[in-house]
Design a protein around this ligand. Sequence first.
Ligand code: NOJ
Length: 743
Amino acid sequence: MKKSLLIVAFLLVAVTPFCQNAERFVNDLLSNMTLDEKIGQLNQYNGDWGATGKITPEGDKEQQIKQGKVGSMLNVTGVETVRKLQALALQSRLKIPLIFGQDVIHGFRTTFPIPLGEAASWDLSLMEKSARIAATEAAAYGINWTFAPMVDIARDPRWGRVMEGAGEDTYFGSQVAQARVKGFQGQGLGAVDAVMACAKHFAAYGAAVGGRDYNSVDMSLRQLNETYLPPFQAAVNAGVATLMSSFNDINGIPATANSYILREKLKKEWHFNGFVVSDWGSIGEMIRHGYAKDGYEAALKAITAGTDMDMESRCYRDHLKQLVADGKVPVSLINEAVKRILLKKYELGLFSDPYRFCNDERQARQVNNQENRRFAREDGEKSIVLLKNDPVNGRPLLPLFPNNQTIAFIGPFVKATVANHGFWAISFPDDSTRIVSQFEGLRNQLDASSTLLYAEGCHVNDNDESGFAEAVRVASQADIVILSLGEAPDMSGEAKSRSNLRLPGVQEALLETVSAVGKPVVLLLNAGRPLIFNWASEHVPSILYTWWLGTEAGNSIADVLVGTCNPSGKLPMSFPRTEGQIPLYYNHYSTGRPAKDDDDKFYVSAYIDLPNSPEYPFGYGLSYTTFDVAKLQLSSDRMPIQGGRLNVSVEVKNTGNYDGEEVVQLYIRDLVGCVVRPVRELKGFKKIFLRKGEVQTVSFALTPNDLKFFNNDLQYINEPGTYEVFVGHSSLASLKGTFELIK
Ligand code: NOJ
């Protein structure tokens, strides 16, 4: 208590003068700025590569930087280039430095698992650390701002961008958002290894109708507040410096001009003190949305609603001055946006040293950094999810026998290198030779007594079956077959929605053909989203979901195959049986006619041709060992709304033959509410390590805050009543307790 008071006192003493100085500095600067210079700060240009949309012609970019007409650049990296552009900015009248932004999504020089894959680790400190390393590497390249983390809740795997986030759950997504923001921002802006984080895409971008990227979103404000906004609020609470508005409209109002989310929620209610950047061209896109008749109106609507910086649409640059002259936009509105941006530049330390992120020696240290690679390997191992490991001849196939084995490694990903990065990895062509292929990874783990055979079998996405015969030949010689299949890295990510989530091309046919040889098969699935692979689930004894794991993919996968690492990942999204079940998420509302089980079809909410349950549920994942969760205890059967606190504990035992990690998950259900409540909601999780035979008590603290929800008047309330609590291995947890929330 005393210690925390001391820390608060210290922060007040230390931070207050910093804030006062920043305010004073920025106010002074602002008072010296012309309107043109102010508008310049709101304008962000792309560099010369990495475009994710149409580039609007900008004339002589360098000249404009010198004139103070540009506040920030994106897609410019490397000390030399950054230094060159910064030097131009310093030739402007007021010498206001540029901020350099970049999509540093899952690593920079060292690539980590795609964010959805890493989320499967359920290991917050791991996620914080990978963001920390990514920030350190990127900052050394002159970058001061990453457009990450993506904190969009995603319940539709057709949407290609599910790969960038933490999946379908709001509570989990909020925790991950905080970990990643902390990781990117490190000790705080101003440290040379920190970059500003950007929570995106504000808001509800993941709820695009039909899972089609950029599509509209139509949902109740209650749903928006309850499910989609909390990860953004969590990011704000963690001190995120910026947010990015999304492309979609929400109930008819494009997010980029949506004053409900930008002004009312973000800036007023959540007291966000950073700035909002539009998504690429999203201000100008309001014209094609049919929400603005031209760039003039688009700029008016966006600035009025609270979008501070214009990424690549040029509407602010071209129209704000006239809007002020016409009396449509008060200068105070522009001042507010400029001030938010300048304050961040100040916090980054750019005014005291505009080149502080430009250091050749620091930059050189990031290339092939062995410590970072070691971490990437661990990160990859922990992201892998073991979906199946059935016994064959009385013993699960995995982990593999380490010696005297002939292993056939088959599939289009076995020798791939760059593909292991997945989408949204920054490409440094000279790094590709340093990416560990799955073949190389496994080869390194096997001793001389084992033989590793290889056949490509087929390509990722065409109809060519000419490699099948070789695959069959190789499989016939082996004791065990490992097939590595999946989707191509550019089949998930931005603008990569898919309506068919099966293995592309002839991969499924390859799997069936090779399985028919009769050798035991292990399947590795490389993907950026939940795929549909029912045949494999039914017929293949062992399946590992390996996502896209980055630089060290091959080593991470091999570590899990041979058992030097026991897999511990759990799915952050429900895996559907067919596309017809989508959207599919565990925390749906109860209907008035819920099905008792998958066989119940009698006038209940069900499909006549399909079970309701997913192929693999949220929170699911196996281990080489087994865990027993028992003895659920509640510290009381009542919790007062005022100051209440309930302790929920279980005993977890490692009942198998390996040491391992388990993610113990706690879910609640509010039985009766003034609005219908979800059938389950995750409210806590703990990842623990247990040696074989070891028992540990795991405790969770629940408070009334965990039970709050939005009523129909959008008030965030606690409601007295009966709650059920479930603890276990996944969202199917069956150990149950009950308590009352009382006045
Ligand atoms: C568009 C994407 O939606 C966004 O996530 C990204 O940060 C920007 N392009 C910049 O590349």
